[in-house]
Every structure is written in structure tokens, then in C-alpha cells.
Design a binder for this molecule. Sequence first.
Ligand code: ADP
Ligand code: MG
Length: 471
Amino acid sequence: MAGPGWGPPRLDGFILTERLGSGTYATVYKAYAKKDTREVVAIKCVAKKSLNKASVENLLTEIRILKDIRHPHIVELRDFQWDSDNIYLIMEFCAGGDLSRFIHARRILPEKVARVFMQQLASALQFLHERNISHLDLKPQNILLSSLEKPHLKLADFGFAQHMSPWDEKHVLRGSPLYMAPEMVCRRHYDARVDLWSVGVILYEALFGQPPFASRSFSELEDKIRSDRVIELPLRPPLSPDCRDLLTRLLARDPARRISFRDFFAHPWVDLEHMPSGESLGPGALVVQAVQKDQEGDAAGALSLYCRALDFFVPALHYEVDAQRKEVIKAKVGQYVSRAEELKAVVASSNQALLGQAATGRDLLREMARDKPRLLAALDVASAAMAKEEDAGGEQDALDLYQQSLGELLLLLAAEPAGRRRELLHAEVQSLMARAEYLKERTKMKESPWGSDSLDREGLAESVRTMCTLQ
Ligand code: ADP
Ligand code: MG
């Protein structure tokens, strides 16, 4: 591939067009899929040589994890490719530019607007925090807007910083010290809490128009970073006391005195609890519910809950740095995976049994429906649904057909006089409803890498082995 300045690189399946931006590690291009959809995407090209040694492999594992992450305020990573020089990340395109441009075009943001943005950012960070993922390079340039008409924040550019130390081989600082926590610059010893400092800087810049350490020269900047003076907030514009309180607590130089993640998410000015979110249950609650369903004998329900919990724990295991906590998560993951495997077998076999029972009754019902063309037609639609279910990728069609036949069968059942035919029809409706329910669960689980068919028992075990051997 040609280097920077030589125009966009070539990539299978896409037409790369204008350059959208370049940041600390990469250049991002707008691109179109060559396929019929002509879908617009953003493609980020990361030069392998900018990565730490031995980190390419690890990075690829991580990209696989990030690919399974879905959150309304996190830029979606759709796919990735690589060649000898670069790694290409194919992402959702954000048409609204980045937060830096948004703020500076308006000079400052009113507190109300800043609050909405902060809630969106906090919900993305909470989602990542539950999975042990730190950003480590939070700044307005890494926060994108879905569109300008209806701006919606999308957190971008994370999961890399841990492979790229803020200091390069020549001890030159990479990235912007304006947003880096003082301990990252001065002590070179830092943890996830640096993200909270950066959130404070971003909020400060949104409200006052420039970051707290804005300086005219590098030495002035260095002095401000190294100083131990408390960050003072300008008196104008006037802000609510809650907002000032949050800012001051985020911008505590000493990470031990900085607001904790928990208190940040619960802070009255952020108030995440009252923000509508996709996944309302945390990993702990999901496991509690799974165990409960399991005890009640609802294998399919328990399986789906275990899979949703694993969606949390698998990235959490990968990103955990503390050896002891890693062992704890590893043990939990192992336990949930083996129970999920057992449940998978139970669900499959009970489903088989249900099918066998229904088949006899179904034949009889058909016999007795000879003089009822409407009933026969509805039963035909149900058979078509069952046949579709066997097809690879036919789940959605099957569900539609189930719904169609059930709608008709329920009407017929209501009009059916008491007798043997009514009993059979009733049983058939119940069995079809159970089928459709099961199919719905399966489609839901497909969206999770732990429930997908491609991850069969061996695949599942293999993934866990890989996860558990990761350093
Ligand atoms: P780096 O790792 O080099 O900092 P980023 O992911 O931050 O790369 O991207 C650099 C810039 O490219 C961003 O600041 C933004 O302006 C633009 N950009 C990145 N991703 C997208 C996207 N998905 N949609 C639109 N623009 C993007
Ligand atoms: Mg960036």
C-alpha cells in the first residue's frame, strides 16, 4: 500500500474516497461498499509499524471482541481486514464530524446540551467499564457525532491505547497532553481512572471553550501539568452547583481523590439511572435471573440469560489486568459456559421430543380437517414454517410464517366446537407457539457470539480456552 500523501489505499470490496481525518495512530477514509447496498462506511487504516512489538496478534484478538460490542453511543466496528502493512477497521460512518469541531463552531455549549452529551458519554463508559475496557485516549477528537441534524454521540478510537504506550521508543509523548491525566504524563503509572480525568477535561472544554491546561507554549503547559494546584473553574458562564461539583471531582489531580466510576455514573448531574438504555440488567443480575430460570426448569430462558451474561464476562476477562480478579472471572466464565453447554443439550433434546409428539397429533388433525379448506391451508403454512426453520438463515421467514399460521389457527380454534378436533387443534396451536418461542430465543441468541450456531460445542470450548490462556 502507498504511504500517506499517496491517496487512499486499496481494499477488497470497498471504494475508498475522501480522507475523514487522521489522529494519533491512523488515517480514516470514507468508503463505499462495492456490493449492491453501496453502504457508506468509515475505514481506519492503522500502520502495523506504529504498534508495539508483539502486539499485532493481541490486537487482532481484541478487534474480534470489539466487533461483538454494540452500544448506541459507541461507534460500531463492522469488520476488519489486514495485509502486511496495515490493519483496516471497517466502521459505521458518523456524518456529524467530531465533538471538537462541534464545540468550537459554537464556542461553548449551554449546560443543558453539555449534560445530554455527558449522559451519552457516561452510558458508553459504563458499558465499557462493566466489561473492564478502558479508553485511555478520551478527547473531543475521539468522540464523533452521528449526524448534525440530530446529534448523537458515538465514542470512537478505543481499545488501542493499551497497545501503544503514550511514550514512544524515543520517550516522546504521543497523543495530546491537554487531555491526559497528570499521572499518565508525570508518573507513567496509571490505570482506568485516567478516563475520568479526561471526561472532566472534555466537560470543561464544552462549558468554557478551552481545556483547563490550554497554554501558549509547551513549557507553560508542562508547568500546568506538573503543578499541584487545584483546578479552578472560571466564574462565567454561571453553572448549576451539581455541574460544578462534578467538574471539580473529575478534575482531581490525585487519582485516589478523583470521583470513582461508580459515583460518576450515579452523580446527580449525570443521573444515568434515568436515562433510557439498551441493556438495563448488569452482568450480576443476568446471572441471578439465569440461575432462577434454571431452577424453575426453563432451560431455554436460562440459556439465553447465560449467553447474555457471557457477553459481559468474556471481554471483562480479556481486559482484566489484576491477576487475582482475572482468576475469579475465569472461574465464573468456565462455570457459566459449562452450564450453558448442558442447557443447550437439554433445549435441543426437549425440542426434539416435542416435535415427535406433535407429529402424530398433526397427522390426525389433517385427516379430520379434510372438509375445512381454511384449516388445511393454515396447517400448510405451519408446515412451510417448520421446513423454513431447517434452512440456514431461514429463521426470520420461519417466524413470519409461524405468525401467519398461528393468527389463522387461533381464529379457527375460537370457532371450533368442542370435540376431538378441537382438542387436537388446541394441542397443535400450543406446539406451534412453543416452536415460534424457541425460534425467537434462538434468533436472539444468534446475535450473541456465545449462542450462535457457528460456535458449536467445540467452538465454544475452544473460545473459552483461548480466552482463559490470554495473559
Ligand atoms: P486515531 O487512532 O488515529 O486517533 P480516530 O479513530 O480517532 O484515529 O480517527 C481520526 C479522525 O477521523 C477522527 O477524529 C474523526 O474526525 C475521523 N473519524 C474517525 N472515525 C470516523 C467515523 N466512523 N466516521 C466519521 N469520521 C471518523
Ligand atoms: Mg483519535
